[in-house]
Design a protein around this ligand. Structure first.
Ligand SMILES: Cc1ncc(COP(=O)(O)O)c(C=O)c1O
Ligand SMILES: N[C@@H](CCOP(=O)(O)O)C(=O)O
Length: 466
């Protein structure tokens, strides 16, 4: 399998190359040159497989000959053996129609672990084949940071710099990052929003001087390997609900459009998905884009679902590329316009293509609180605020009556226990594996939100190319 850039001019890479590169050198994102497709019989044959085995089958076409099937299976077994639930991503029924896909049984209690536990192993595997040490620079609104740090802390030949917006992540999220004291981990709290942090990361990847000195890679969902691993749980859930004979809809709490893009990939691979419902909070650039075609960046409003406080959704570029005829030159011009003016209109092909599979809903603070209370009082489930936004979208979606709706439960409620307690009166406790979080020492560096401050810090602490 070959990987091409959404902006058309970067070198084509294989899976290992795309994983280590993270972002393409022309500023675009890597995507497979074509979508592998399973037949209905092949999908039916996946039913009942253990999660790690299913993961190997779904991912092998993307990995190609960079890893043998036996080696990929060893890695998926190692990654998913670290999860606290035997099913890895168990499915829970809420009512006649609504299901929750619990994606928070990994080490850091959010869906990011599903991909990042594996990505840490891929880095180790591919770095062992030679080349310069890696400098990972990432941006987080709370969850990617802790999952990525857990995945690479203490690993040889990897240094990680994780930028989070100062004061805008929950206490649990911050401590999950800042109490990891491994020498290769650098937490940077910056003035500004997640979008500012993400823009800085992308700028560093395209800074010629920094690139000459350091070999950068990404742990955000701009890295294709992140999304590839997330495709698997769409198959796992749909198979349990009767796919491929039965169609299933998914409601996905969305910020950077990574998780829901993985659902799109599953559909392109042949999984019969009725609809992908993009659920946003009041930071609703995606809801506006999907309903009116207007993709224009507003200012970020802090909410009780802080991981979704995002107004520039990196992976939307992958969708626009695929729906716009895979024309890298045209997309490059469209994105350059957006980067200059902070606004763009979707083309007719992009709008029509998106509306065939996606719909969207926006939840404000009241919608979220009401849904948290509904889940607790009617279904005896405590969900986290992000999941509540997904559930709000699931419950208000216009779908055929016989289609089950799976809401992705993207984080453990204890990560956001103040917000959960405010709405439900229930304070979820932290699972035992992170129980001493508030007794641990914290270490992080506060930086002003300028590129110079961040790149200067990275240049001082990263391991240069040989
Ligand atoms: C708990 C939680 N839910 C939802 C999201 C949104 O996912 P995505 O950015 O892939 O759209 C995030 C952050 O990415 C998150 O941390
Ligand atoms: N919500 C995310 C934001 C980064 O998203 P990513 O999926 O692109 O890494 C977070 O929790 O950090």
């Amino acid at each position: 399998m070959e990987y091409v850039s959404t902006r058309g001019s970067a070198a084509t890479l294989d899976f290992a190359g795309a994983t280590l590169a993270g972002l393409a050198s022309d500023g675009g994102l890597y995507v497979p040159s074509e979508w592998p497709r399973f037949s209905e019989a092949e999908i039916a044959g996946f039913a009942g497989l253990p999660y790690a085995d299913l993961a190997q089958k779904v991912m092998q076409p993307f990995v190609g000959d960079c890893l043998s099937p036996a080696r990929l299976l060893e890695l998926t077994r190692e990654a998913y053996g670290r999860f606290a639930h035997a099913a890895v991503t168990p499915l829970t029924q809420l009512d006649e129609r609504n299901w929750l896909l619990e994606l928070f049984h990994g080490p850091t209690l959010a869906f990011k672990d599903v991909a990042l536990q594996l990505l840490g192993l891929f880095f180790e595997e591919f770095l062992a084949r030679g080349g310069d040490p890696l400098t990972i620079v990432g941006a987080t609104s709370g969850d990617t940071g802790s999952a990525a740090i857990d995945a690479v802390a203490g690993r040889d030949r990897v240094e990680i710099f994780m930028l989070h917006p100062s004061g805008r992540v929950s206490d649990v999220q911050r401590r999950q990052m800042t109490t990891v004291l491994a020498p290769n981990v650098h937490n940077l709290a910056i003035d500004g929003s997640f979008d500012d942090a993400q823009a800085m990361v992308k700028r560093m990847f395209n800074d010629p001087d920094m690139n000459r000195r350091f070999r950068f890679s990404a742990v955000n969902s701009i890295n294709w390997a992140r999304l590839m691993a997330q495709v698997v749980y769409y198959f796992a859930a749909a198979l349990q609900l009767g796919a491929p004979q039965r169609r299933v809809a998914f409601a996905v709490p969305t910020g950077n459009f990574g998780d829901v893009f993985a659902g799109y990939v599953a559909a392109r691979m042949g999984l019969p998905i009725e609809r992908l419902i993009v659920a946003t909070n009041v930071n609703d650039i995606l809801h506006r884009a999907l309903t009116t075609g207007d993709y224009s960046q507003g200012t970020v409003t802090p909410t009780a679902a802080p991981s979704m406080d995002i107004q520039v959704s990196s992976n939307f570029e992958r969708l626009l590329f695929d729906l716009g005829g895979r024309d890298g030159g045209a997309l490059s011009r469209q994105m350059a316009g957006f980067e200059q003016t902070k606004a763009m209109q979707l083309t007719n092909a992009q709008r029509e293509g998106a509306s065939a599979l996606f719909s969207s809903a926006r939840a404000d603070a009241d919608d979220m609180a009401r849904t948290l209370r509904w889940a607790w009082s009617e279904c005896a489930e405590i969900v986290d605020p992000h999941t509540a936004i997904g559930l709000h979208a699931a419950r208000t979606a216009d779908l055929p009556a016989d289609v089950p709706v799976v809401t992705l439960a993207t984080a453990h409620p204890a990560k956001f226990r103040d917000a959960v307690e405010r709405s439900t009166g229930q304070r979820p406790s932290l699972p035992a594996r992170v129980g001493d979080l508030f007794d641990r020492e914290e270490r992080y560096t506060e930086l002003d939100g300028t590129y110079e401050a961040v790149s200067g810090f990275v240049a001082e602490h990263a391991v240069p190319r040989a």
